[in-house]
Design a protein around this ligand. Structure first.
Ligand code: SAM
Length: 247
């Protein structure tokens, strides 16, 4: 199927009046920190859409203001995404082009968007992706240990301690790297859990604050990483890659 959002380069020329987009849902990747990380196509779609479905309209306003985009927004987050489904379908049936963005990165990757995409596709209406930054792919690219073996994306572990530990045990013998998203509040807890469930020799790669001022990567055993973080701020966002056990 051809891409309804593909358009000639002159559409993004400064001062050009954007052509109306074909009706449908457009999943748009947005920066994971550095506001320069946005594609020309993403900007054109955000500018030309009839509405932008945004996880947090105040957050997205910063990005839109930076690029002089005034498309009206509708809030669409994990607590109302389901309730929005009918409205999304009826707007698209009425001819609207809806761009969907989250606070950071790709919609549907540990973020809202998957449910809306499913509902629109199931209704026989077009869904188009405008790929962009993603913390997962950025960390995997930096890690380097995934080239020949692929990787498993686990996303966030459960918040409950027993479920987290059970899942780590299940993943213990997985032969490829496993990628987790983790919050600043639980990063030290995760190091303890990996040490206790998978042994003190298991190595991890951690990418913090990707694309931001304090971007940092570090690798080592849980004890080495605890030592590293003892002298640094633990603020920020983390991608943790559990490396396979060394044989
Ligand atoms: N949809 C996003 C994506 O495409 O990466 C992920 C959203 S998820 C709610 C937020 C988590 O992604 C954070 O807790 C962190 O684990 C990871 N993350 C997002 N931005 C990051 C960054 N700049 N550096 C490191 N990790 C980041």
């Amino acid at each position: 199927m051809s891409d309804p959002a593909a358009a000639p380069a002159h559409d993004s020329a400064p001062g050009a009046v954007p052509s109306p987009l074909p009706a449908g849902l457009y999943l748009v990747g947005t920066p994971i920190g550095n506001l320069e990380d946005i594609t020309l196509r993403a900007l054109r779609i955000l500018r030309s859409a009839t509405h932008i479905l945004a996880e947090d309209t105040r957050h997205t306003r910063i990005l839109l203001d930076r690029h002089g985009i005034s498309t009206p927004m509708i809030s669409c987050h994990k607590f109302n995404e389901r309730a929005r489904e009918e409205e999304i379908l009826s707007r698209i049936r009425a001819g609207e082009a809806l761009a969907l963005v989250t606070d950071a990165g790709m919609p549907g990757i540990s973020d809202p968007g998957a449910r809306a995409a499913d509902a629109v596709r199931a209704a026989g209406l077009p869904v188009t992706v405008i790929p962009g930054p993603c913390a997962l792919s950025a960390a995997v690219a930096l890690c380097g240990a995934t080239e020949s073996r692929g990787f498993l994306f686990e996303g966030f572990l459960d918040h409950k301690t027993a479920a987290r530990r059970r899942r780590l045990q299940e993943l213990a013998a997985f032969p490829s790297p496993v990628v987790f998203y983790e919050s600043t509040h639980r990063i030290l807890k995760l190091l303890d859990e990996v040490e206790e469930e998978l042994g003190p020799a298991r190595k991890l790669f951690i990418a913090r604050e990707l694309t931001k001022k304090f971007e940092e990567t570090v690798a080592g055993t849980p004890a080495e990483l605890r030592k590293h973080y003892a002298t640094r701020s633990l603020k920020g966002e983390f991608v943790v890659i559990l490396l396979p056990a060394e044989s």
